[in-house]
Design a protein around this ligand. Structure first.
Ligand code: ADP
Ligand code: MG
Length: 334
């Protein structure tokens, strides 16, 4: 497409010391202005992929294009990395003895002092850190440092922001705010963001495009809602929505005749009083805030269901559950 900013083409990078490591034959494109979330478990290759895009790793094969031009590797230029991209890693690389303002302003030239000042202040406001202006980095919490690092990366009219686990230091409440801020900044400034996270909720909440990695391979990519509703793999459904997967034999015990694995999200299970059959016993109740998840068992098979009406059914109750919708996968599918 026209406004493609990044094109990852068959990128492979294996680390010599660990034969089954790194990433393997990854390809995808990113449109300018998108937020892309790369999601995967620890060790799935997320940081390797991000570093490959930024030009920090010598690739075994494949290439990354930025606006159609190949991103050079660390052996091809004096300073590794790409001038038009900024990467915020988990160590933030801030000057810990300097003030917040000076850390951010240091990215701007001194030729126009008043513009330097106004841009720095505007970016601090964007990230809700203007009250920290005169504090030293060393005096800040991890979450505050994270915001300063992002402000510093964005202040020089950055077109492309790469974030490695941007929410790892942030506690739950602030995490939602930082996610919302990133989304707003992206739409206001048009910056393209690639963020890497082990928490699928980050991708579902933020991303225009989600890329799922497993063992160094790209498992599935697309719009978060498409991937969620139409997962190509059982693993996808499990990591995104904690899906239940039943063997054909177990499904049979619940009255579902399929020669395949039966997969569904807990919210697809309907709890109703009207069905005479399909009685399940509530083995456990997990408190989830405004809803509960029930662990249900029938004929020795366990499933999970969402209960919005809290405490409608309690542990040891019998309930009637209908698996209203499910997906099927081959017996040996992952
Ligand atoms: P993630 O960011 O998803 O946790 P990484 O990209 O850091 O994953 O790592 C992917 C795999 O490559 C892991 O098995 C990791 O141990 C291995 N790996 C990463 N960096 C190196 C390295 N410098 N040397 C050897 N193995 C590495
Ligand atoms: Mg990592």
């Amino acid at each position: 497409m026209d406004n493609q900013i990044i094109s990852v083409k068959h990128v492979s990078k294996r680390y010599a010391t660990a034969p089954y490591s790194g990433v393997n034959d990854i390809s995808f494109d990113i449109q300018a202005g998108q937020i892309v979330a790369i999601i995967g478990e620890s060790g799935s290759g997320k940081s390797t992929l991000l570093k490959s895009i930024f030009g920090l790793l010598k690739l075994d094969s494949g290439e990354v294009l930025f606006n159609g031009k190949r991103v050079l590797g660390p052996d091809e230029q004096l300073i590794p990395g790409h001038k038009e991209m900024k990467m915020v890693t988990q160590d933030f690389s801030l000057n810990i003895y300097a003030k917040v303002y000076d850390n951010i302003a240091s990215m701007l030239s001194n030729t126009d002092i008043s513009s330097k000042n106004s841009k720095t202040v505007a970016m601090m406001q964007h990230l809700h850190i203007e009250h920290l202006r005169d504090k030293k980095i060393i005096e800040l919490s991890g979450g505050e440092q994270q915001r300063v690092a992002i402000a510093k990366a964005l202040v020089s009219d950055t077109k492309m922001l790469l974030l490695d686990e941007p929410f790892s230091q942030v506690d739950a409440l602030l995490k939602n705010q930082l996610r919302a801020d990133l989304k707003r900044i992206a739409s206001e400034t048009g910056v393209t963001i690639i963020l890497v996270s082990h928490d699928p909720a980050d991708g579902l909440f933020l991303a225009d495009q989600l890329i799922l990695l497993k063992d160094g391979k790209l498992l599935q990519q697309g719009k978060p809602s498409d991937i969620y509703n139409d997962p190509a793999h059982i693993y996808t459904a499990q990591i995104l929505g904690n899906a239940v997967a039943l063997t054909p034999a177990d499904a049979e015990k619940l009255g579902i005749h399929a020669n395949q694995q039966v997969v569904f999200y807990p919210e697809w299970v309907e709890l109703k009083a009207s069905w005479a059959s399909r009685r399940f016993e509530v083995k456990d109740v997990y408190y989830k805030g405004f809803f509960e998840e029930l662990l249900l068992e029938r004929n020795g098979v366990q499933i999970r269901a969402i209960q919005l009406n809290r405490e409608a059914h309690k542990k040891n109750d019998h309930v009637q559950a209908n698996i209203g919708r499910f997906l099927t996968f081959d017996v040996d599918a992952i």
